[in-house]
Design a protein around this ligand. Structure first.
Ligand code: NAD
Ligand code: DAU
Length: 352
């Protein structure tokens, strides 16, 4: 079986669902269920003995040791993190704790377990670390896309904490020989995306007739990948990746934020027209994010060349599926918009 951390969050839940759709290998899913973790994402696995959910903290060494000893996973896929840049600006402490100390705890527990293995089990063991393109910093308009050898230049507390975790993973391979792989992926979108992030926030606000808050001039560029394509990339790395290697994952879909917001408005105008007029009327420019990175772009040629991975979705097909999913799952959105979520919206947007 495999051990997944953060499997009740956006990408982790998509990964667990996809994994069990395409394989019968059981998953132990360790997740603390922070505001971002939601068991409703995994509701379709109710009663499925291939999925063992454990509520707990990746910083809890005793618990992680127990899970390794009890389940003897052949691999760990590490998603658990604090993931929202705006939250890292308001409260960086949780990001250092989970992203840095949590990754350290998992590495040490994995190393302890790996040392007890022998032969094929030892050689075949994998620690896959899920990271982000944000560790590479911000690109100018004509800079080449990030390759795996790009210098690290993290600019936000979130990306600095992810960069620190990437360095720990690298060091545990170099020093101890732990068979690690790392993926640095661009912006994901798709089902179960928490509505604090750009795409689901814009859909939720538009449907509620609320302003669509575009930071700064809206010309910041992100490189978008449909979430199940990220999951298939991780499966490919787990199956065929080389220990110690880093793989950049991206969809070759660079788009300015304002174009994303306009596309969402056009899709909603088509699929759920508002008698009050186009959703575009709700677009509102607000104060920029402090230290806002201007452009990210991923050069995904290494994973394409070495592992034969390709995204299955184009941006047009993926974004339509996403809007359709949110329209069909308004209950899911209503459930995650809890009291705690409303407090966050108040904190983040009040000063803008
Ligand atoms: P998310 O915020 O939606 O989910 C994070 C999950 O981790 C939640 O289920 C949460 O409960 C859990 N978690 C948080 N702290 C924990 C702790 N201390 N112990 C155990 N569980 C804990 O995040 P996401 O968007 O799904 O991102 C998953 C991973 O992918 C992260 O490592 C992130 O850095 C990386 N990533 C995300 C994107 C993106 O666009 N969302 C892109 C590239 C990489
Ligand atoms: O690049 C990968 C990263 O993508 C991941 O590592 C992070 O976990 C993930 O959250 C995401 O980070 P971003 O900061 O790029 O995502 P977010 O959805 O928060 O913002 C996308 C862009 O939209 C960014 O330029 C900020 C802008 N934005 C965001 C929000 C929430 C707005 O203009 N208005 C908003 O209200």
């Amino acid at each position: 079986m495999i051990l997944v951390t953060g499997g009740a969050g956006f990408i982790g839940a998509n990964f667990v669902l996809d994994w069990l759709r395409t394989s019968d290998e059981p998953v132990v899913n360790l997740d603390a269920l922070t505001y971002a973790g939601n068991l409703e994402n995994l509701a379709s696995l109710k009663g499925d003995s291939r999925h063992v959910f454990v509520q707990g903290d990746i910083c809890d060494r005793k618990l992680v040791d127990r899970l390794f000893a009890e389940h003897l996973p052949r691999a760990i896929v590490h998603f658990a993190a604090e993931s929202h840049v705006d939250r890292s600006i308001h409260g960086p402490g949780d990001f250092v704790r989970t992203n840095v100390n949590g990754t350290f705890t998992l590495l040490e527990a994995a190393r302890g377990h790996w040392m007890t293995l022998e032969g094929e089990a030892k050689a075949g063991f994998r620690f896959h670390h899920v990271s982000t393109d944000e560790v590479y910093g911000s690109l100018g308009p004509n800079d080449p896309a990030f390759t795996e050898t790009k210098t690290y230049e993290p600019n936000s507390p979130y990306s600095a904490s992810k960069a620190a975790s990437d360095h720990l993973v690298r060091a545990w391979h170099h020093t101890y020989g732990l068979p690690v792989t790392t993926s640095n992926c661009s912006n994901n979108y798709g089902p179960y995306h928490f509505p604090e992030k750009l795409i689901p926030l814009m859909i939720a606000n538009a449907l509620a007739g609320k302003p669509l808050p575009v930071y700064g001039d809206g010309m910041q560029i992100r490189d978008w990948l449909f979430v199940t394509d990220h999951c298939s990339a991780i499966r490919a790395i787990l199956a065929q990746g080389t220990p110690g290697e880093v793989y950049n994952v991206g969809g070759w879909n660079e788009k300015p934020n304002i174009e994303i917001v306009n596309t969402l408005c056009a899709l909603l105008d088509e699929l759920k027209p508002d008698p009050a007029g186009s959703y575009r009327r709700l677009i509102t420019y607000v104060t920029d994010r402090p230290g806002h990175d201007r452009r990210y772009a991923i050069d995904a040629r290494k994973i394409e060349r070495e592992l034969g991975w390709r995204p299955a979705e184009t941006f047009d097909t993926g974004i339509r599926k996403t809007v359709e999913w949110y329209l069909a799952n308004q209950d899911w959105v209503a459930h995650v918009q809890s009291g705690a979520y409303r407090d966050w919206v108040e904190t983040n947007y009040a000063a803008r």
